[in-house]
Every structure is written in structure tokens, then in C-alpha cells.
Design a binder for this molecule. Structure first.
Ligand SMILES: Nc1ncnc2c1ncn2[C@@H]1O[C@H](COP(=O)(O)OP(=O)(O)O)[C@@H](O)[C@H]1O
Ligand SMILES: Nc1ccn([C@@H]2O[C@H](COP(=O)(O)OP(=O)(O)O)[C@@H](O)[C@H]2O)c(=O)n1
Ligand SMILES: [Mg+2]
Length: 204
């Protein structure tokens, strides 16, 4: 599917042919874990919105402090910042199939992305997992993340319910959501994920 990016800074337009799967599931539902397995088996490039934002903080960019504060508070970073990073990553990687993890997380993310690209996602992969299980996983993740503490985790859960679930419902009404029971062991979740990705064939 073709989309048109407008590069605001340079006043240029760039064509981007892309097929997208979006993954807005809850914090700790296993998005990153399953994306890594999908990439091993199918020809998708995994882009994690959270990883791109954390890399932007590390790079010392002018937005770094703002992004860092938002992440510590479990808040959603303004869409233009995240979309700019996604856009760059999509253009640079040269692939045309993307699995975008942790996005869109709210209505602003969704509307800005769709209006900016005119690309309709092929499907939305929704990892459904009880909060209790997600909390347990996040507290045992051990990646040194500033937001994996109980206080921020509770805020992230609230943001998920108030802002991300309505986006999933929006796509559900369009028949685009593929729900996966993410409360099972990793390999069992992947069995269900494989059934969804099977039409995209194995990586060549
Ligand atoms: N199905 C699963 N069962 C148990 N633990 C899991 C499962 N999927 C992921 N995990 C673990 O839970 C933590 C969060 O997983 P991650 O993939 O980072 O989730 P997300 O990206 O959705 O926040 C990690 O430590 C991961 O190893
Ligand atoms: N689309 C996005 C994705 C992440 N984020 C920020 O980055 C944080 C971590 O996102 P993440 O996807 O890496 O977190 P997990 O769900 O993987 O635990 C979020 O809590 C937000 O503060 C954002 O602002 N906008
Ligand atoms: Mg993640």
C-alpha cells in the first residue's frame, strides 16, 4: 500500500510503499518478545516506538529531556515526535513490511499517523493479558527501565485503559483487530501469532 510522507522540515514529499501490522497491546503483554520471534520467521521489520524514543533520549537530542520525563510518568509522548522517529526508521531500513510495536497508543498517535501517511494498517495485533500478569512480568523484566516500577506501572495501566483501548476498539469496529490471548507461555502465544502471520509466508 502506498503512502505519502510530507517532510515538513525540507518541504519535500516522499513516497513510501508499506504494509503495516500495528501492535498497541498493554505494557508487559509480551509485544517485544513476540515481535522478535515474528521477525525471525517472517519478512517484517520490527520497529518499537518505545525503543526509538529511548534511543532518542540517549542520542542527546533536544527532545530528550521531554521524552524522558514523559516515560518516567508513563505518559504518551506527542505524536509528531514519535511519528518522526518511526518515519525515519521506515525510510532508512528499506523494507516495505513493518511490525510497529507499542503504537498507536492513543487517538492522537492514530490520527496523526493515518493523516500523515494515508497508509491503512493491514491488521492490529492485540495482545490481551490480565493486569496482574502484566504487572508480574514488568516487575521481573530486569532491563533497568526507569518506568518498570510499581508506581509508574500503575500509571501506564491507567493510560492503557483510558487511551489505548479506545484505539483498539476503533480498529475493532473496522474488523482489523486480531486478538491473541497473551496470558499463556511464550511458545503457546507464538503458535497463535503464527496463525495470524501465516498468509505472509516464511522469510526468504
Ligand atoms: N508469554 C509470556 N509468559 C511469561 N513471560 C513473558 C511472556 N512474554 C514475555 N514475557 C516476559 O515478560 C517481560 C515483558 O515482555 P516484553 O516482551 O518486554 O513485553 P512488552 O513489550 O509488551 O512490554 C519480559 O521479561 C519477557 O521475557
Ligand atoms: N507510541 C508510544 C510508545 C511509547 N511511548 C512511551 O514509551 C513508554 C514505553 O513504551 P514501550 O512500548 O517501550 O513499553 P512496553 O509496553 O513495551 O513495556 C510508554 O509508557 C510511553 O511513555 C509513547 O509515548 N508513545
Ligand atoms: Mg516492549
Amino acid at each position: 500500500m502506498s503512502g505519502l510522507w510530507r517532510n515538513v522540515r525540507r518541504g519535500e514529499e516522499q513516497n513510501l510503499e508499506a504494509r503495516l501490522a500495528l501492535q498497541p497491546g498493554g505494557p508487559g503483554s509480551g509485544k517485544g518478545t513476540q515481535c522478535a520471534k515474528i521477525v525471525e520467521n517472517y519478512g517484517f521489520t520490527h520497529l518499537s516506538a518505545g525503543d526509538l524514543l529511548r534511543a532518542e533520549i540517549k542520542s542527546g537530542s533536544e527532545n530528550g529531556t521531554m521524552i524522558s520525563n514523559m516515560i518516567k510518568e508513563g505518559k504518551i509522548v506527542p505524536a509528531e515526535v514519535t511519528i518522526d522517529l518511526l518515519k525515519k526508521a521506515m525510510i532508512e531500513c528499506g523494507n516495505d513490511r513493518f511490525l510497529i510495536d507499542g503504537f498507536p497508543r492513543n487517538e492522537e498517535n492514530r490520527a496523526a499517523f493515518e493523516n500523515g501517511t494515508k497508509i491503512e494498517p493491514e491488521f492490529i495485533l492485540f495482545f490481551d493479558c490480565p493486569e496482574e500478569e502484566m504487572e508480574h512480568r514488568l516487575l521481573s523484566r530486569n532491563q533497568g527501565r526507569v518506568d518498570d516500577n510499581i508506581e509508574t506501572i500503575r500509571k501506564r495501566f491507567r493510560v492503557f485503559v483510558e487511551s489505548s483501548l479506545p484505539v483498539i476498539e476503533h480498529y475493532n469496529l473496522k474488523g482489523r483487530v486480531r486478538r491473541v490471548n497473551a496470558a499463556k507461555p511464550i511458545e503457546e502465544v507464538f503458535e497463535d501469532v503464527k496463525a495470524i502471520f501465516a498468509p505472509f509466508h516464511t522469510k526468504v
